[in-house]
Design a protein around this ligand. Structure first.
Ligand SMILES: [Mg+2]
Ligand SMILES: [Zn+2]
Length: 181
């Protein structure tokens, strides 16, 4: 079984918005990202999207709006040949101190239970919290410089935090890392 690939959503699959992706019309795929996911799928990697959506907990949009956004994303993926995608999101405000807001590991723990995944795999994200989640979950981490990646890399360095295992431009270039034996 190929190693699962966990992906952050905003800034990796679709463009990040400082004011949150609140509706399907604000979900704009990053060029090449959907076909990159299709390439991973065809290569036999299970894809799991793990996303913090604290905009729900902050009252900016509803969980139902997130489900509608995810339907658009699922349809885009389906059109590219990805018939199985697991999507998990944390709806909580940071002050709720839940166990699923990245870098807490709840979403990955849940995905492993849901799908019976093997240990290990990849974490692709544009944020410090994604890298920390991956590190805590025993995943090989890839920071993409799309979305917030450039700023987040500066924060990681400034804080002297653990560096990501890999840094690359985007999900498209991350393919070279994941698919290289
Ligand atoms: Mg992100
Ligand atoms: Zn949560």
């Amino acid at each position: 079984m190929k190693k699962p690939v966990f992906l952050d959503r905003d800034g990796v699959i679709n463009t990040n918005r400082e004011d949150y992706v609140k509706s399907p019309s604000e979900w704009i795929p990053i060029p090449g990202a959907i076909s990159a996911m299709a390439t991973l799928h065809r290569a036999g990697h299970q894809l799991i999207v793990v996303t913090n959506q604290s905009g729900i907990g902050r009252g900016y949009y509803s969980a139902e709006a997130v489900e509608r956004i995810h339907l658009v994303m699922r349809n885009a993926l389906k059109a590219a040949g990805v018939d199985s995608i697991h999507i998990l999101f944390c709806p909580h405000h940071s002050r709720e101190r839940c166990g699923c807001r990245k870098p807490e590991t709840g979403l990955i723990d849940q995905a492993r239970i849901d799908l019976g995944l093997p240990s290990g795999g990849w974490m692709v994200g544009d944020a410090h919290s994604d890298m920390e989640l991956g590190r805590r979950s025993g995943l090989t981490t890839i920071l993409v410089l799309s979305g917030r990646g450039r700023d987040q890399l500066e924060i990681i360095k400034a804080e002297n935090s653990a560096m990501p295992d890999h840094v690359t431009d985007s999900l498209v270039s991350a393919l070279d890392i994941i698919l290289t034996p």
